[in-house]
Design a binder for this molecule. Structure first.
Ligand SMILES: [Fe+2]
Length: 163
């Protein structure tokens, strides 16, 4: 299938190479002499025993994403490789994960970088320590646009859910 839009993810069914489209040329991606497969994000309907659907919580400008309702395994052979935040279908933030890390991420959308000091996961609203928001209250209002989170499991491919 020809590349059609940015942020599409394609996988090679032979070697497992998985790539994301940064810009559209219109051609067809080929790997190991085979056409790569377009991965369609899966959702709640496909959810089985292991939980992959990202849980998205928005607090002002802070977006918490965890995978999933029951934490997904994070082991050498089976792990969540990345968590992406999409707005209107484009990737606006991303966290790459190693197999020994927790399958969750906090994204601050008003210019800060959430680090150890960020307590947005515990707070009812943005904690203010991770960005320019004062007094723990976000000043930049609700995030405009359609926000969704997308994750990639090395064994179970692509999953997505909206806020
Ligand atoms: Fe998985």
């Amino acid at each position: 299938m020809a590349v059609q839009k940015r942020a599409e993810v394609f996988k090679c069914s032979v070697c497992g190479n998985t790539v994301e489209v940064v810009d559209v040329g219109g051609g067809t991606l080929v790997c190991c002499d085979k056409e790569m497969e377009l991965l369609q994000p899966k959702g709640k309907a496909e959810e089985g025993k292991e939980k992959h659907v990202p849980v998205v919580r928005v607090k002002g400008c802070c977006v918490n994403v965890s995978v999933g309702t029951v934490p997904h395994p994070m082991e050498t052979g089976h792990y969540i490789a990345n968590i992406q935040l999409l707005k209107d279908g484009l990737v606006i933030a991303e966290k790459s994960l190693k197999s020994n890390e927790e399958p969750k991420a906090t994204f601050c959308l008003c210019g800060g970088s959430c680090d150890e000091a960020c307590s947005c996961e515990q707070e009812e609203s943005c904690c203010g320590s991770c960005c320019s928001c004062a007094d723990g209250e976000c000043q930049c209002g609700e995030i405009a646009g359609k926000i969704s989170a997308r994750i990639y499991c090395n064994l179970h491919d692509l999953w997505e859910s909206a806020k």
